[in-house]
Write a protein that binds this ligand. Structure first.
Ligand code: FAD
Length: 186
């Protein structure tokens, strides 16, 4: 269980509502405007969005704790979840640029210029993803996730794994997580 040092200043970011890197950026700006510095912010979920958001918030001076229901994917293989690879386009690259990770991520990226359609008569049609010379980048989802978590930790973000947030009380504020069938409140 994570050592919760400032239980009276917890904020919970409803991460699953913010599904793209652009939305994370907008959301972190909301925090910038709405919260004083040095707030203690809890994020549920160490997926792509939770990990990226934690970096933006930590850079802005907040203390950030991330709770993830799965084990740490850097230490043991976990279910790949949605898909093994994802396609990173300009939008995602912009968010990574801002935290200085584009070069590292692009090293392992495979350019995808378009898709090939196979019709029932065996005819092939190429559908480009952009203008000539443009492409999107196929990258390993788990690798991107791990790079983001490493970066977040280097900025002081604390990750707690195998902790499923089961309820949140925003008035008090307090959150409850479940660790291997035990409930604990913070
Ligand atoms: C089939 C498929 C293919 C996709 N392909 C692409 C693509 O090619 N390119 C692209 O840009 N996007 C793609 N997407 C969208 C992309 O997956 C999402 O935008 C992105 O994963 C959202 O990140 P997230 O962190 O919000 O969610 P997730 O990556 O799902 O992470 C959520 C995390 O929260 C944890 N969690 C959930 N509930 C709790 C709880 N109660 N307590 C603690 N932890 C919890 C989960 O274990 C998980 O680790 C795809 C989506 C799908 C479904």
């Amino acid at each position: 269980m994570a050592d919760w040092r400032e239980p009276d200043v917890i904020r919970v970011a409803p991460v699953p509502l913010y599904n793209t890197f652009e939305e994370v950026f907008a959301f972190s700006q909301f925090f910038e405007n709405a919260l004083d510095k040095q707030q203690h912010i809890a994020i549920a979920g160490a997926g792509l969005v939770g990990s990226l958001l934690s970096i933006y918030l930590a850079r802005r001076g907040h203390q950030v704790s991330v709770f993830e229901r799965r084990p740490d994917m850097r230490k043991q293989t976990v279910d790949a979840g949605r898909s093994i690879n994802l396609a990173l386009s300009n939008r995602g690259l912009r968010a990574l640029d801002d935290i200085g990770l584009t070069a590292e991520i692009k090293k392992a990226a495979i350019p995808m210029h378009g898709r090939m359609m196979h019709d029932r008569y065996g005819k092939l049609t190429f559908q480009p993803y952009g203008k000539e010379g443009q492409f999107i980048n196929s990258i390993s989802r788990s690798n991107l996730n791990m790079v983001l978590m490493d970066k977040a930790e280097s900025l002081g973000v604390e990750f707690s794994f195998e902790q499923r947030i089961s309820s949140v009380n925003l008035k008090r504020p307090r959150l409850t997580s479940r660790i291997k069938n035990q409930a604990s409140s913070k």
